[in-house]
Design a protein around this ligand. Structure first.
Ligand code: 13P
Ligand code: 13P
Ligand code: MG
Ligand code: MG
Length: 368
């Protein structure tokens, strides 16, 4: 059967700062999706996760991508959760719900969306990733390494079904008039892909397809909140879906690049660089409102029904990685606001620093 996987996530309020949604909020969102979505037959199955302060609704259904009813379900569930957030005095209640009225598609309204529709394979494993305290470009390097670099994805050498490589669809997220995208093929256009993906702020992997079958492998969210709000309202905190095995990389090949703990934008006030730490599902946030975190749940889906999730970063190996990433975080934090520890002014200009710079500009004098 043809199945659609949709992940829609939003920060709608959290306990004790930008840490974690309350249990009551999570229950309300779960109950809403169960009553209004699954019981009414709108969706087949769903799971609710939180990663730091973000709530993600993973849904399987038969309605295709960008389905207005499925999007509205998520929007209304987040609104219901926001009511709980307000009633409990949670911090940032409704933070990511940037528009008042639902207009048919949740994209551009604040919540992040990643969706894919495909014909189910007889066995259909996939991974659901959710990050907090970072931006969509945080997925650029891991996706490049998993889908285009045999140093990380041995299947590119060992598996004939991946020998033709993958097609990357990359979005220019600075362009706000519409979706400005480019399609590039790995391995032939590897250097072009790298030239774009080095710039995490502007160019973001939106989709990846198998070139042998044309099948979709990856769908990632591309929302830059400051482009919608025109000011800093919180970091984008992206989500993505990755199909694995068979014509796609093995689960472990996709996970392997996350062992780097590469530096990404985000962290405190969304204004710093910090290493991306792979964490267990439903983890919280701590040091310097971070570090930026990534969680991953593995599933199989069959006739639209999801198995229980397996927590991919809950393994002794990743304890060691978390120690190393902590060291990387501390090392950069030691230099506070200086140089690469804090983001470039162009990324900060959506925040309060603009006022300060204006005042200081007036006080500059050019010496004769
Ligand atoms: P199994 O032999 O355990 O199925 O593993 C095969 C494989 O390709 C692992 O990446
Ligand atoms: P979130 O984007 O996760 O809400 O974090 C915002 C922030 O400013 C943390 O310091
Ligand atoms: Mg928040
Ligand atoms: Mg967040």
């Amino acid at each position: 059967m043809r199945v659609t996987l949709s992940v829609i996530k939003a920060d709608i309020g959290s306990v004790g700062g930008h840490i974690k949604p309350s249990e009551k909020l999570l229950s309300r969102v779960r109950e809403f999706v169960e009553e209004e979505g699954r019981k009414k037959g709108l969706i087949e199955d769903f799971y609710i996760f939180h990663t730091g302060d973000d709530v993600a609704i993973l849904m399987s259904h038969k309605r295709g991508v960008a389905n207005p009813d499925v999007h509205k379900l998520a929007w209304d569930a987040f609104r219901a959760g926001t009511e709980v957030a307000k009633s409990q005095g949670l911090y940032g209640a409704g933070q990511d719900l940037l528009k008042d009225a639902f207009s048919g598609n949740i994209r551009g309204m604040g919540p992040a969306v990643a969706e894919m529709e495909f014909e189910e394979r007889p066995n259909e494993p996939f991974l659901f990733f959710a990050a907090d305290k970072t931006e969509p470009g945080a997925f650029n390097l891991p996706l490049y390494l998993a889908f285009a670099d045999p140093m990380y994805c041995s299947g590119l050498i060992l598996s004939p079904s991946m020998a033709n490589g993958f097609k990357f669809t990359i979005m220019d997220v600075n362009y706000t008039e519409g979706d400005r995208v480019i399609e590039l093929n790995a391995p032939e256009e590897l250097y072009d892909i790298a030239a774009l993906l080095r710039d995490n702020e502007r160019f973001v992997v939106e989709k990846i397809h198998s070139r042998r079958t044309g099948e979709i492998a990856v769908a990632a969210s591309t929302t830059r909140l400051h482009n919608i709000a025109g000011k800093y309202v919180g970091k984008d905190d992206p989500v993505m879906l990755v199909r694995v095995q068979g014509d796609f990389p093995a689960t472990g090949e996709v996970l392997s690049a996350f062992s780097i703990g590469h530096y990404v934008a985000g962290f405190m006030r969304g204004s710093h660089n910090g290493p991306l730490m792979p964490v267990k599902l439903n983890s919280t946030i701590s040091f310097f409102d971070g570090p930026p975190i990534i969680s991953c749940a593995a599933f199989c889906v069959h006739e639209g029904k999801l198995t229980e999730p397996v927590d991919c970063f809950d393994h002794p190996f990743w304890d060691y990685i978390r120690m190393r990433v902590s060291e990387k975080a501390l090392e950069l934090r030691r230099q506070g606001f200086s140089g690469p520890a804090m983001l470039h002014y162009s990324e900060l200009e959506y925040g309060g620093i603009v006022e300060k710079m204006k005042k200081l500009e007036e006080r500059f004098k050019v010496r004769g």
